[in-house]
Design a protein around this ligand. Structure first.
Ligand SMILES: [Mg+2]
Length: 272
């Protein structure tokens, strides 16, 4: 009898020590798991805190960079002291989050029309901190340009030569930012405006002293960052060439250049 009680007690102890068994995941044969980078952008407070931090630093620096007329955030721009000041922001992952769209790529591959179609049918999601910087810049008389690789192109069944321009203006309005076609520079909107953003930065630099660049991709700051070289680049970028540029432009990071995190996509994925 005594032995019997000991056995029951031992079994009870064993049962208590067993970790709880998690429920089996719901079976799904036709879905890839969501990329952890997408989950991080969409759900983590850490992501939100980083973008808030980046834009807070940018906001704090703005008066100094505006007052110092010898400063330009465009390397090589040296004749701009008398030009009106401007800042240049990328759009996707810089002022508008694409995380929800990125999730859909589990079901269908990326296409430029697919991205356009998602954005025109869904409310844009803001990036924390961007609006405060943009409002402060406007209040200080700084011109605000948006330079995006969303492309100016026709889509079958859609009116207009450049339907993504108005959709982008609408997206920005949905996150609380007013702009217009003159301040939104799309890829291929003019001859030579490829996805290499250098020409469009230089275009703005012809009329303005650029005091801030804000983006999530190295190409929002540095030219020749892609595996496929586009004018004025002649060589494919490599991981080594991109890292060398960190030293070349070391003075700009956190001093006119402000980069947002993006673990979901970017030109870095194209290089080896
Ligand atoms: Mg972007």
């Amino acid at each position: 009898m005594k032995t019997h009680y000991v056995l029951i007690a031992a079994l009870a102890l064993t049962a208590c020590a067993m970790p709880p068994v998690p429920p089996a995941p719901e079976a799904s044969v036709d879905e890839e798991p969501i990329d952890i980078g997408i989950l991080w952008v969409e759900y983590s407070a850490e992501y939100q805190a980083i973008t808030a931090q980046v834009y807070a630093d940018a906001l704090e620096d703005l008066p100094r960079l505006l007052a110092d007329t010898s400063f330009s955030a465009l390397p090589g721009q040296t004749d701009a002291a008398d030009k009106p000041a401007a800042i240049i922001l990328d759009v996707d992952e810089t002022v508008v989050s694409n995380a929800e769209y990125q999730e859909t790529l589990r079901y269908a591959p990326y296409t430029r029309f697919g991205h356009f179609d998602w954005m025109r049918n869904n409310r844009a999601v803001p990036i924390r901190g961007a609006n405060a910087l943009i409002e402060a810049a406007k209040a200080a008389g700084v011109e605000v340009f948006f330079l995006t690789n969303r492309a100016c192109e026709r889509f079958e069944g859609i009116d207009g030569d450049c339907p993504y321009e108005q959709v982008t203006i609408d997206d920005l309005r949905e996150v609380g930012i007013e702009t217009d076609a003159d301040r939104l520079l799309m890829a291929w909107e003019q001859p030579g405006w490829s996805k290499e953003k250098r020409h469009r930065r230089d275009y703005i630099g012809q009329t303005h002293r650029v005091i801030g660049l804000y983006g999530d991709d190295y190409g929002d700051f540095v030219h020749c960052t892609r595996a496929k070289p586009l004018d004025p680049c002649t060589e494919p970028a490599t991981r080594a060439s991109r890292h060398a540029a960190l030293d070349t432009y070391a003075d700009y990071w956190g001093n006119g250049w402000y980069i947002l995190p993006n673990p979901m996509h970017g030109s870095w994925t194209s290089v080896r």
